[in-house]
Ligand binder design. Structure first.
Ligand SMILES: [Ca+2]
Ligand SMILES: [Ca+2]
Length: 302
């Protein structure tokens, strides 16, 4: 259903209520459609998730389930015809751009376990490079803004849970960044603009909270309180603050917090998941999700 027909139905509902209210103007209520936040990038009946704008600001890459399994797509930021980049019966998800926009890293279970792969969006039917392999699961790749390394989460070396690792973008070397207890997770990492620190979510102290850590490892710094769920952090490419999703307001919304913590600023009020900054750091692409349908939106951020 496109936005116009959805609005038409809501206006019809308001009209019906008016007709039932008689002549008493004090009892007249009109259902005013909510002002939609940001701009729609996709408005399909299906599930789109994990969007990220290309460094040149032209494309949004995302995952979608159209044919019973997840595939990677890209679509112009202003909307239009999606271009399918993977086509198989496996679960392909969590796409992210290389800093020069030449490649897209993603996770796929095409070997039976989840691992990190790289494709060329100019030649999606061409060769896909596996960066990780093994009898465990890797996911949520995030490419360093300086190039060279991709952060990801893995359950290798762990009895339940995940830690953050780095893999060289040519797959030749892997490094461990976090080392937390079994049965706890550190995941959904993203890079600081200088490529020296990572922000990630972890439940090491209880509920899921946000932490930062040097890419060389060591002590993590907690930047949100762990009394609720905070996740999917995205470090502003111009620095200073981190976007994330939280259910603190009663539903999942996008918020901002300083990169060393502090007060939050709420960005969305009508739902928000999986925020990612544009390269200019002046907007967030994210999803709204009602449990069945998810759509990609983009909203400017001052
Ligand atoms: Ca949709
Ligand atoms: Ca697939």
């Amino acid at each position: 259903m496109n936005r116009m027909s959805k609005y038409s139905l809501m206006v019809l509902g308001g009209t019906a209520m008016l007709a039932g209210c008689g002549d008493n103007p004090s009892r007249v209520k009109v259902n005013v459609p909510p002002v939609e936040e940001g701009t729609a990038v996709t408005e399909t009946p299906g599930y789109e998730a994990n969007p990220m704008v290309s460094p040149d600001g032209i494309w949004v890459v995302f995952e979608a389930d159209v044919d019973g399994d997840m595939e990677i797509y890209r679509i112009p930021v202003g909307g239009g015809e999606p271009e399918q980049l993977t086509d198989n019966s496996d679960f392909d998800s969590s796409p992210c751009w290389s800093p020069d926009g030449s490649f897209i890293a993603f996770e796929s279970d095409r070997t039976g376990r989840k691992h990190i792969y790289v494709l060329d969006p100019q030649d999606p039917a061409g060769s896909v490079t596996a960066l990780t392999a093994g009898d465990w699961d890797d996911g949520s790749p995030a490419w360093s803004p300086l190039g060279g390394w991709i952060a990801f989460e893995s359950n290798r070396n762990k009895i339940q849970g995940t830690d953050i690792y780095l893999v060289a973008e040519d797959g030749t070397e892997t490094r461990r960044v976090t080392e937390t207890a079994d049965y706890s997770y550190s995941r959904s990492a993203d890079w600081s603009p200088q490529g020296s620190r990572l922000v990630f979510e972890s439940n090491r102290t209880g509920f899921s909270a946000l932490f930062t850590v040097a890419v060389t490892g060591g002590a993590a710094v907690q930047i949100t309180a762990d009394e609720g769920y905070e996740g999917h952090p995205a470090w502003s490419p111009v620095g200073g603050r981190i976007a994330f999703e939280s259910t603190a307001s009663g539903s999942s919304q996008i918020h901002l917090v300083g990169e060393t913590g502090g007060a939050w600023t709420q960005v969305t009020f009508q739902g928000g998941f999986w925020p990612q900054w544009t390269a200019a750091g002046d907007a967030l692409v994210y999803c709204v999700y009602d449990g069945v349908n998810a759509d990609v939106r983009i909203v400017p951020v001052d």
